[in-house]
Design a binder for this molecule. Structure first.
Ligand code: ASP
Length: 345
């Protein structure tokens, strides 16, 4: 029997990986896709069929929007049956947000969607981009007994494959830009690609991919700090607001001052959802452990456990877009729907 080569759809959205220096002011700006393919003749040597698509315009990921997430997810959805895996070239600045958003928007995903990028453009001698793209494509093509080894939305960067909705951009200069503080790497890459199968989502039965593109962004993010004034009240009283993520200290602690708790209380009574997420990258919320989180718990603030801010924001957008009934949204916040949080350590 002739083996059909694995087919990969490579989607270029922009980011440092494909940037060149503007000769006038020296700042980095995106270059077109043809140039990228010229920088990467190695792709022809891979044992898979690659079809490449470029966004027009290509963007620095700081300009990422919900519309771009919809564009990426629709491209995957429309091409889902024609390809074995998908690799998305993306800027590192908001890669964790996009990976988290896609993980929620693509329901019953059974094929790999691997995001990657670079800290140094492909045209530079010491670029990390080449290895990142080549390994991401290898991972997206990897199969065992005819099934994708990693049927998840992931980020591959500098020797580690992570579940996308568990990641945070940690370093802006080091090549290992991403960390997954609360979930082990799905694969570690050196001479070999070693998959940590026990941590990878396993498919029980074949199901068709479903796409949700309704994302409701009537949400806000508030970071607590010592000496803060009650400006939080003006956020909580914003007209269309539906939900707020409060980034708290350590295990989910915040001031017990009346002005703070009263603002929270009145917002919750007006139907606003408030989610507690730790501002410690490696911290998980344990509401009630200290008195400084017990009052919030009693007032109805929801526990985000070990979810990242990136995953919490995109999960809220997805849930608010999907359910009109706020009780349904509240039910799903502290529960894992795509492996984005663990309720216990
Ligand atoms: N500003 C760039 C971006 O996110 C940074 C990068 O790609 O590393 O598009």
């Amino acid at each position: 029997m002739v083996k059909t080569p694995t087919s990969i759809l490579l989607i270029y959205t922009g980011g440092t990986i494909g940037m060149v220096q503007d000769p006038e002011n020296g700042s980095l700006m995106p270059m077109d896709f043809e140039n990228i393919l010229i920088q990467l003749p190695e792709l022809k040597r891979l044992d898979c069929c690659i079809t490449a698509l470029s966004f027009d315009p290509i963007i620095d990921s700081s300009n990422m929007t919900i519309d771009t997430w919809i564009k990426i997810s629709e491209l995957i959805y429309k091409n889902y049956n024609a390809f074995d895996g998908f690799v998305i070239l993306h800027g590192t600045d908001t890669m964790s947000f996009t990976a988290s958003a896609l993980s929620f928007m693509l329901d019953d995903l059974q094929k790999p969607v691997i995001l990657t990028g670079a800290q140094l453009p492909l045209g530079m001698l010491r670029t990390d981009g080449k290895e990142n793209i080549i390994t991401a494509i290898e991972i997206a093509s990897a199969k065992l007994k005819g099934k994708a080894i990693v049927p998840e939305v992931c980020i591959y960067f500098e020797n580690n494959l992570f579940r996308g909705n568990r990641t945070t951009k940690h370093y802006s200069e080091k090549f290992n830009a991403f960390k997954s503080h609360h979930y082990p790497a799905l694969a570690e890459i050196g001479v070999n690609i070693n998959y940590n199968t026990q941590f990878i989502h396993q498919i029980d039965e074949p199901l068709p991919l479903k796409l949700s593109t309704k994302m409701d962004n009537r949400i806000a993010l508030v970071k607590i700090f010592p000496g803060m004034k009650n400006f939080i009240n003006s956020v909580l009283e914003s007209k269309e607001l539906k939900a707020v993520i409060v980034e708290t200290y350590g295990t989910g602690n915040a001031p017990t001052h009346n002005w703070f708790l009263d603002s929270i209380d009145s917002a919750i009574k007006r139907g606003i959802i408030i989610v507690n997420v730790s501002q410690c990258p490696g911290g998980r919320v344990e509401m009630g452990k200290y008195e400084t989180s017990l009052d919030m718990l009693n007032k109805g603030v929801l526990n985000g456990y070990d979810i990242t801010t990136e995953a919490a924001l995109t999960k809220l957008m997805y849930l608010l877009g999907r359910y009109d009934d706020l009780e349904e949204v509240k039910y799903w916040i502290p529960r894992s729907i795509r492996g984005e949080l663990s309720m216990s350590c």
